[in-house]
Ligand binder design. Structure first.
Ligand code: FAD
Length: 603
């Protein structure tokens, strides 16, 4: 013991070494030892919905055999966030790595404080509602153990709490509010370089007493056997705190071609910035949602989510590139459509969530989310509160529409291609997200945005509670945006970008040979053309078991089947607009007598 600090650096959504104010603060302590750890948090394992693609992006080291078998998908040497970070740490200190601890931080950190004789814990600030609660608990136990806590902002351009404060204590609900608040806070700090060396980690031996009732499995005592039964022990199956593998997690194989990790993130950023005119003139509305190889936007969002790329680094490299472009006498793009504007949108949602907490991700209790009675027939007269026509929707029909939307079987090729891309790749273009979110909610199905957000939560690589909930509210016209009469057509909109339908042909292969004329409306194709294209338009998109998850039904002779559209879009659009008009008329949740006294439910 030297009397110098013994520090735990707790990695969470900051899986990087570059531009990390929190890591810098830990190193500035000049510690005797630094334990870089990541805690396996049951909240994300059991409570949050996480599909195999996101797991892989986070942490899985692909076993060699899988690497070889799927060489096309997983070029050897590419590693995801935790593996990559761990290797980078080891490069700076051969005794160190990312120590992955398999237990909830709330229970394991107090044990580690004691076992490793820790003096400080340092981590990046997280204003997610759950993360706040968790961190408050950790701060409390650190205090009890006499451990000092250092917390630094680095996940967003501005500290979301400061943004809210500068916005008069209110959630940030527009880019203008963000810009005004940002001016009060000051310039975004320039990024910090990655450290050139790291201290030793110190002894990692653990002798943690069994403190659970005897009938419960002993998950605290490390077994050195590496046997199958020890997989959920604190230090992992090989007792070495290693990054989990597929077999340890029992995961279904991932399908995405997008890969994670700081090394890849920095290389991707270099490639983007090297294309000066792309970076300087980037303007979101003119990027094609139908471009997929390569996509038209940066696809940096999953890196921002896991913190493998600092948002401040993107901000400053884009800003400097735009400035250099301007100095050459050329005109760069501007906020809000340029890359800086995109990052401000991200901060806007973090600011809204920081102010509203858990309620931001739902309608109930969310003071800024308009109540829409999604469960009701959507043709209710604003004046009488009675349905204007005989049109009613059973909950079974709504459920069928939801399942068909989720599994890419609506019969609208544009929507189906996007939903299949989402499931396969874990990423879709922003305007593609607009299209499917509008279609599910106020521009087609009239289904609650929270159900759509839950599907995105499971399948997106970049899933971020603040951005996902906020954008869904925007698209459903329940917050941020109110022009509900502007709906995305599943036919006219994609036709503008991709008249030949290359995107649809790629993700809905049963339509690959369909004539261009009918690619967005296959139900209009004469049967002769359908037969020539080896795909009949019929049925409801069910699999052989009658569900929607298995492979689509095929006819004999290799004839494929693609479903008929699940409704008349133009008719549904009219009905949805009527429903939204009514919801806007009656005001916010809580102000509405018909909701309070339940009379709407009788309709
Ligand atoms: P680019 O256009 O290259 O933008 C650069 C960066 O800016 C992105 O990497 C991202 O970090 C940020 N950004 C851009 N647009 C937005 C935006 N509208 N909101 C917040 N940040 C933005 N984004 C998420 O990061 N996580 C989500 O869970 C998420 N869910 C969404 C759900 C819906 C219904 C919609 C319509 C949008 C959602 N978005 C979400 C926002 C946006 O679609 C993605 O951030 C963007 O498409 C990511 O692609 P990109 O990295 O190529 O973005």
């Amino acid at each position: 013991m030297t009397g110098k600090p013994r520090v735990i650096y707790w990695f969470r959504t900051d899986l990087r070494l570059h531009d990390s104010p929190a890591l810098k603060a830990a190193l500035d302590l000049k510690p005797e030892c630094l334990y870089p750890i990541w805690c396996w948090d049951p909240h994300y394992v059991y409570r949050a919905r996480v599909g195999p693609n996101r797991w892989q992006y986070l942490c899985v080291e692909i076993p060699l055999e899988i690497n070889k078998k799927k060489a096309d998908f997983f070029p050897p040497g590419r590693l995801d966030c935790q593996s990559d970070l761990s290797k980078s740490i080891t490069k700076l200190n051969s005794k160190s790595k990312l120590f992955v601890v398999r237990e909830a931080p709330q229970t394991v950190l107090p044990k580690l404080f004691k076992a490793w004789n820790i003096s400080h814990i340092v981590f990046e600030k997280d204003t997610d509602a759950y993360a706040r609660e968790r961190d408050e608990k950790i701060i409390e136990s650190a205090k009890e153990a006499g451990v000092k806590v250092i917390v630094k902002t680095g996940r967003t351009l501005y500290d979301p709490d400061e943004l809210v404060k500068a916005n008069g204590g209110k959630p940030t609900m527009s880019i203008t509010q963000v810009e005004h608040a940002a001016k009060k806070i000051g310039e975004v700090p320039r990024p910090i370089p990655a450290p050139e060396s790291l201290p030793d980690p110190g002894d990692t031996t653990l002798d943690i007493p069994q403190d659970r009732p005897s009938q419960e499995p002993d998950i605290n005592k490390i077994q050195r056997s590496g046997s199958e039964t020890s997989y959920n022990k604190l230090a992992g199956p090989d007792s070495s705190f290693s990054v989990p593998t597929y077999s340890e997690l029992g995961l279904k194989p991932a399908t995405t071609s997008h890969r994670g990790g700081e090394t890849l993130a920095l290389a991707a950023l270099d490639r983007i910035i090297a294309n000066e005119s792309y970076t300087a003139t980037f303007s979101k509305p003119s990027t094609a949602p139908t471009a997929f190889s390569p996509p038209a936007t940066t696809v940096l969002s999953p890196h921002h989510h896991f913190g493998s790329l600092s948002v401040r680094l993107l901000y400053w490299r884009a800003t400097d590139t735009m400035e250099a472009y301007r100095k050459k006498g050329k005109q760069p793009s501007t906020i809000p459509t340029n890359l800086v504007g995109q990052l401000l949108f991200r901060d806007m949602y973090f600011g809204a969530q920081a102010a509203l907490g858990y309620a931001f991700a739902q309608t109930v209790g969310n003071s800024h989310c308009r109540f829409v009675p999604w469960h009701l027939p959507s043709t209710i007269s604003p004046s009488t509160g009675l349905t204007t026509g005989s049109y009613t929707i059973s909950s079974t029909l709504h459920e069928t529409w939801f399942q068909r939307w989720k599994h890419g079987r609506t019969g609208f090729p544009w929507i189906d291609a996007l939903m299949r891309q989402l499931r396969l790749e874990g990423w879709i273009h922003h305007l593609g997200r607009h299209a499917v979110a509008c279609f599910l909610t106020r521009g087609g199905c009239y289904i609650d945005w929270e159900r759509g957000a839950a599907v995105f939560e499971e399948w997106l690589l970049d899933h971020e509670v603040a951005c996902n909930s906020g954008n869904w509210q925007w698209l459903a016209c329940v917050a941020f945006y109110a022009q509900f009469y502007r709906c995305y057509s599943p036919v006219a909109f994609p036709k503008k970008w991709d008249p030949a339908g290359a995107f649809v042909r790629n993700y809905v292969p049963e339509l690959a040979a369909f004539p261009e004329k009918y690619i967005y409306e296959p139900w209009r194709a004469p049967v002769l053309d359908q037969k020539k294209a080896k795909c009949l338009v019929k049925g409801e998109g069910r699999d052989r078991e009658g569900g929607y998850e298995g492979a689509l039904w095929e006819e004999a002779g290799g004839m494929k089947v693609y479903p008929k559209p699940m409704f008349d879009f133009n008719e549904r659009r009219g009905i949805c607009i009527e429903g939204l008009k009514n919801a806007y008329h009656v005001g916010l949740y809580g102000d509405d007598d018909r909701v309070k006294n339940g009379s709407w439910r009788e309709l």
